[in-house]
Design a protein around this ligand. Structure first.
Ligand SMILES: [Zn+2]
Length: 255
């Protein structure tokens, strides 16, 4: 009996020991598994292999801004045709049409003037600087100055020409796109793209402008054929559309 009691006590102790050992093994396994998992996590994380949920907002598409500069305005009439058509009126009308077309293409448009009054003091030098200032403030991508020519020494002189910034390939490219679009309308001579020979002769609106810029002369108001074309509303629509096409080609290049 005593022997049996001893055996039972021994068995209980043995069972207890086994149970403890299993508990310790279980805890150690758990601990090592945890250490293993944590180590794997840190290794993968350090190598950037774990996909994190990115909650950043999607990048905004860059908005293109075109500054349209209708030349002259107010007291400054620009060129005048023998019949009395004024450069400042023709270029304003075409500029507004162009702006409307660009806005339909979701392009932001900034004008240096939207009517016959100038939003700055009436000084010719200030006028040019103020036009550039508007373009700079809005951080325009493109700046287009719109004008008409005249030559009363030679009233046969006619045609379109587009001016670009001296030694500036981007500006030259822009001017070429504008010139090509307009000459495709075939309403007058194609006088090509031009730049000034010397810095002193620089066209201020181009030279002082940090935006890619061009200045277009749509035709000669001193020439009766050019004048007739430029003053007709339906032709102004065509010109505005051609200018838009030239600008869109530029934006496609920038993209
Ligand atoms: Zn002009």
């Amino acid at each position: 009996m005593e022997n049996t009691g001893f055996n039972l006590e021994n068995k209980r102790k043995l069972l207890y020991k086994r149970k403890r050992r299993r508990k310790i093994i279980f805890r150690l396994t758990l601990l090592f598994t945890l250490i293993f998992c944590v180590s794997i996590y840190f290794i993968l994380n350090s190598k950037g292999l774990i996909n994190r949920k990115v909650t950043l907002s999607p990048p905004k598409e860059k908005e293109f801004i075109v500054c349209i500069d209708p030349g002259h305005g107010d007291f400054d009439i620009g060129s005048k045709s023998p019949s009395g058509s004024l450069e400042k009126d023709i270029v304003l009308s075409i500029s507004l049409k162009l702006g409307e077309l660009l806005e339909k293409e979701n392009i932001k448009v900034v004008y240096t003037r939207t009517n016959d009054s100038l939003p700055w003091l009436d000084d010719a030098n200030d006028s040019l600087k103020e036009r550039i200032k508007i373009s700079e403030v809005f951080k325009s991508d493109l700046f287009i100055s719109i004008h008409c020519n005249s030559n009363y020494d030679d009233t046969n002189a006619k045609g379109i020409e587009t001016w670009y910034k001296l030694n500036d390939e981007e500006s030259k490219d822009f001017a070429e796109d504008i010139q090509l679009s307009l000459s495709n309308l075939n309403y007058t001579d194609n006088r090509g793209v031009k730049t000034y020979a010397k810095k002193e002769d620089a066209l201020a609106v181009l030279e002082l402008n940090s935006a890619n810029s061009a200045l277009v002369e749509l035709g000669f108001l001193s020439n009766s054929l050019d004048e007739k074309y430029l003053t007709l509303d339906s032709n102004q629509d065509k010109i505005a559309n051609a200018l838009k096409e030239g600008i869109l080609r530029q934006l496609a290049v920038d993209n």
